[in-house]
Design a protein around this ligand. Sequence first.
Ligand code: SF4
Length: 463
Amino acid sequence: MAQHIVFDIDLIKRYDQTGPRYTSYPTAAQFHTGIVERDYRKWARHSNEDPIPRPLSLYFHIPFCDTVCYYCACTKVVTKNHHRADEYLEYLCREIALQGQLFDPDRIVEQLHWGGGTPTFLDNGQIRKLMDYTARHFPLLSDDSGEYSIEVDPRSVDADKLQVLREAGFNRISLGVQDVNPEVQKAVNREQSRELTQEITAQARELGFKSINMDLMYGLPLQTVASFEQTLDAVIEMNPDRIAAYNYAHLPERFKPQRRIDEADLPSADEKLALLQHTIEHLTSAGYVYIGMDHFAKPDDELTIAQKSGSLQRNFQGYSTHMDCDLVSVGMSAIGHVCDNYSQNVRKLDEYYELLDAGKLPLERGIELEPDDLLRRDVITRLMCNFVLDIKAMESKWHFDFYSHFKTELDDLQTMQADGLILLEDDILRVLPAGRLLVRNICMVFDRYLRTGNDSSRFSRVI
Ligand code: SF4
């Protein structure tokens, strides 16, 4: 059912606006500096009190990159000096030790992810050191049954490094591809031959990585539908289990590297819509299932299965099958999710080092969720992940009257119902095929903070 999408250009243009991606609710825009170490320690204590120990998900932010990709909007440090990672790892280990003390040792690490930046900026010795140190402070699974993943820049790995990653316990990789066209690559300063990506993919398979994801980006300079089709075909041929096709958001006033992109080379809004439409049609006709937002997966992938069974979740890494975990995040700018609350580390390297030098957790901000936040987050998650909301099930789970609590929201949804985006019938709110691409708009109706003055223009465009 998730496969069925109606691509109605007029409707999309009518609803075109900016809005959150809802990898969290409330979004990071609501995080505030009133959240301090005492709060985080309290959350960790409470989460340890669960009668059945809740598993953990660990996230590590490795901020370094060799060169800058002009489209980049990540928190990163661009440097050719690989020794800088030694100092960073030393501090990361201090944070791991501090965090490790907060969580009971029976809380198994079911999920682990290294993101960046470029995690494969680390050399083989640094990779081993970080994983060994982590295993001393958190109970990692050593039987390959966890979901341990890493973002890989194919330009920064070889067969040896891939083998070290596999031996260190990683069993999933996500490869940055974006576009295989050499002209597009030049325009965004990310030159990476198709052969290199093919080679790394084949080596990863040989080494027994269970799942391979590839990240693409549409809306980059010089892209056309015809040129991007070649990228899609190249990726389909490499046969990854998952594909993410992100929409490039050109915000040069916020992201400095983007100022180096020649705006005259960017596809128009209509061309971008054509790129999106073609991407969805091409990938689904090649057998991938459209999961939602920018994500596609094979029919037998865990994401697809979780979506079918109604258990799919959403977190900072996009879609996930593990929401029961507390997310413990380490590294500059890393966002954690412990005991239903969010926290974020400081976003500057020198501040990160300073706080750890003082023996403190390097927290900058966060938010403690209120009951209404939890309820709305559940509504938004169900819509984002499953495109359907069972109102009676929500009422019995949260002990409230849905129709009176969300009276204003339901009034606002009437226009969407008239436009064929949703259908509310027999206590089921369903996102219709024409509403699937506009699911962020539908979720925004339930976002209390957008109603109370939060400016949606700080977010990316919904399409
Ligand atoms: S896109 Fe990734 S590899 Fe490129 S500069 Fe940004 S973080 Fe680094």
